[in-house]
Design a protein around this ligand. Structure first.
Ligand SMILES: [Zn+2]
Ligand SMILES: [Zn+2]
Length: 283
């Protein structure tokens, strides 16, 4: 007898999960990192595991999950965490517990520094400083002072911290939003939350996020496992997951705004649930 599909899926809605622990009052930002403050993220990452793919999955929604693939917000948020502010207003409407003020308080110091540093550096290469001197907005001495004192700082910070972080963060955002589902999946059912994404076309992005797309599904099933063990176990676990019917290389995910099925189509989720329902009837 073949192994029943989705043998390892969590039971559907049982007792509600306890709320995640509250945020600590205020902590120093981590400067070598130009993305979300880990203390702020801890709270919302636990929430991600509780409600992945639902409207209160703040962590993934803030990086564009559920937005149309061609939306300008999604494009911006892939390259700068500062663009999360554009999405935050949408989340506030769905989740009264989410606070835009807290988001800004925890993340603004580092994200503002990294965004401003990149913009100023770009302006320098485009000759904006010389232009402002030519039209009389910047005094010559002020401009020379910027070149002498600010430019060396920007060169070191952007080349050693900022650009590597942007590269890593952008690859992670592309892969993470590609492997998660949103909007039409059942609540608290890990089977529907992610897919196995190991298509060669995505290898350049996986390179900068430790093969996240191919192994993140294991993390949804075994959350406490460190990332390096997840990769080691993946060689044995992934074939079993494929055998059990987990989704694999669904490259259309982005183009459906991360929905499991097409818009308005409920049958895709129902069809995936069918073997489990039939199994229960047999038992
Ligand atoms: Zn996840
Ligand atoms: Zn996690």
């Amino acid at each position: 007898m073949p192994v029943p599909a989705r043998l390892f899926t969590h039971p559907h809605k049982t007792t509600p999960l306890p709320p995640p622990p509250p945020l600590p009052p205020s902590l120093p930002p981590s400067l070598p990192n130009s993305n979300a403050n880990p203390w702020w993220r801890r709270y919302y990452h636990l929430r991600h595991h509780q409600y992945a793919g639902q409207v209160v999955d703040v962590e993934e929604r803030l990086i564009g999950l559920g937005l149309p693939w061609n939306s300008f917000k999604r494009f911006l948020v892939t390259f700068t965490p500062a663009a999360t502010l554009l999405i935050a207003d949408d989340i506030v409407k769905d989740d009264p517990e989410f606070s835009k003020k807290v988001l800004v308080r925890y993340n603004a110091p580092v994200i503002a520094l990294s965004t401003v540093a990149m913009i100023v550096h770009l302006c320098h290469y485009l000759g904006v400083g010389e232009l402002l001197v030519a039209v009389g907005i910047f005094p010559v001495a002020f401009h020379q002072g910027l070149l002498r004192f600010l430019l060396p700082f920007l060169m070191v910070y952007n080349s050693t911290v900022n650009v590597p972080n942007v590269l890593r963060q952008s690859c992670l955002v592309i892969i993470s939003t590609y492997c998660h589902y949103y909007g039409d999946i059942p609540e608290r059912d890990v089977f529907f939350q992610t897919q196995i994404l190991d298509h060669p076309i995505l290898w350049p992005f996986q390179l900068f996020c430790f093969n996240f797309g191919a192994t993140h599904i294991i993390h949804h099933f075994v959350t406490r496992q460190p990332f390096y063990l997840r990769q080691l176990t993946a060689f044995r676990v992934t074939p079993v997951m494929l055998e059990q019917g987990c989704r694999h290389n669904d490259l259309g995910n982005h183009f459906r705004a991360n929905r499991w099925g097409r818009k308005g189509e409920k049958s895709a989720v129902d069809a995936a649930l069918m073997p489990v329902m039939e199994e229960k009837k047999v038992l």
